[in-house]
Ligand binder design. Structure first.
Ligand code: FAD
Length: 390
């Protein structure tokens, strides 16, 4: 029976919940709003299936990349509205053209994030774009299995751990399932996200107005792909005025907490799925450092990095029609994305950070306090940035 004694051993993938023949496992949120399985022991028959499908307890194993590419979508609008080089839209349109279903992450009404099915172009718009918090899977795995049994094409896009969980849950191979993992720095806490949004709306609600958020976009490319921004827009009622908050990603308080290693799920700091261990057909991310090997693509519009892990992945790549498809060496991708190979570090003060957030409504003060750099750290950070971007 699955028992989470150490939270660094669970990514919350839901495979155990859905495989249980007794339906006696529920995903329950902890004080950081991360979901963990909880077994109703009175109904458990000790069949052991939950342990068998857990991708942490039953790892998938390492895949050797068959090929690596730099990819860019040919449509200027699609590229501008994609986080990286638009690889997701190339794949999604291919699957929709087969009358298939795309499962990817979308915002809910309260700006939490969960996976949802997209069966047409309008639904596809909702699951595009990066959302930097852990996405809830709900019944996604069960729905995917039903569609596969009905002979449908399915594209699943998620983090390494979500793909590994799906692969273990599905168990047998399906020719029509394409699993794609996104390069992942880690998944931040939905509690931290809601805390940030609560403070933001409170700050914007002045002179009797109440702020309502209508749009959130991480990695907005208006100021460029590398030095991108966070854009949050909405309206103030009853005055009817609108507001837009546009900040550089590095200045946004929520992103500061995320990128400092304060807010991620405990397992992220020891992620066992790094270095091609998710079982995916393809891995997609940002091609950081493209300017070093293909300076002609260095125009701030965005480039995707792609690893191909399976023959099916290679077949799918042949069906896509990107503007640029350039074969590269895996090492060219690793150079700009070291956290594809190893977990991103967790800040030692992570627990104190969460304790402080639980004790106050002052998100800004807590984040500033925990992300303040001393002189030596500032110099090191600047040097690291210079090395990264040149
Ligand atoms: C939490 C997180 C951390 C990331 N860390 C890195 C990194 O360190 N390095 C790097 O190169 N790239 C990272 N990425 C991936 C990158 O931001 C882009 O999502 C990816 O390159 C795809 O961009 P695109 O242009 O192909 O498509 P887009 O149209 O931008 O599509 C993004 C895809 O990611 C899915 N997605 C969005 N949010 C989530 C989520 N919370 N959980 C699961 N799936 C989601 C969307 O549904 C969509 O399928 C991260 C993404 C997330 C969500």
């Amino acid at each position: 029976m699955i028992q989470i004694v150490d939270k660094r051993q669970c990514s919350g993938c839901t495979a155990c919940e859905h495989i249980c023949p007794q339906h006696c496992i529920a995903m329950v949120a902890d004080e950081e709003a991360f979901l963990y399985p909880k077994v109703d022991e009175s109904r458990c028959i000790d069949c052991g299936l939950c342990d068998k499908v857990c991708p942490v307890l039953s790892p998938i194993g390492q895949q050797k990349p068959l090929a690596a590419y730099a990819v860019r979508h040919g449509d200027a609008d699609t590229l501008a509205n994609s986080t990286s080089g638009g690889m997701f839209m190339l794949l999604a349109k291919f699957v929709l053209a087969q009358q298939g279903i795309v499962f990817a992450a979308k915002y809910n009404a309260d700006w939490s994030v969960s996976h949802a099915a997209a069966m047409d172009e309008a639904q596809l718009e909702l699951v595009r774009g990066t959302k930097y918090l852990q996405s809830e899977l709900n019944t996604t795995f069960v729905e995917i299995k039903q569609h596969l049994k009905a002979g449908k094409w399915v594209l699943f896009v998620g983090t390494h751990c979500q793909v590994a969980g799906l692969k273990n849950y599905i168990r047998r191979p399906y020719d029509t399932l394409i699993c794609v993992d996104i390069f992942c720095y880690g998944v931040p806490s939905p509690f931290v996200w809601q805390h940030y949004l609560a403070e933001l709306t409170q700050r914007l609600s002045v002179n009797g107005d109440k702020a309502t958020i209508k749009e959130i976009k991480f990695r907005d490319k208006q100021i460029g792909w590398r030095y991108n921004g966070v854009k949050i827009g909405g309206t103030l009622q009853p005055s009817g005025k609108s507001f837009t908050l546009a900040e550089k990603t590095g200045d946004n308080l929520y992103m500061k907490a995320f990128l400092s290693g304060l807010a991620n799920r405990p397992i992220c700091g020891e992620c066992p799925f790094k270095d091609h261990k998710s079982g995916s057909d393809l891995s997609i991310g940002d091609f950081w450092g493209i300017q070093r090997i293909h300076p002609e693509l260095d125009d701030e519009k965005g480039v995707s990095a792609v690893f191909v892990h399976t023959d099916k992945g290679q077949e799918v790549m042949k069906q896509l029609n990107p503007l640029q498809l350039i074969e590269v060496k895996p090492a060219d991708i690793y150079a700009g994305n070291p956290y594809f190979l190893v977990p991103s570090p967790t800040k030692p003060a992570r627990q104190e950070f969460f304790d402080a957030l639980h004790a106050t409504n002052d998100f800004s003060k807590v984040v500033e306090q925990f992300t303040k750099k001393n002189m030596l750290q500032r110099v090191k950070h600047r040097i690291a940035k210079l090395i990264h971007w040149t």
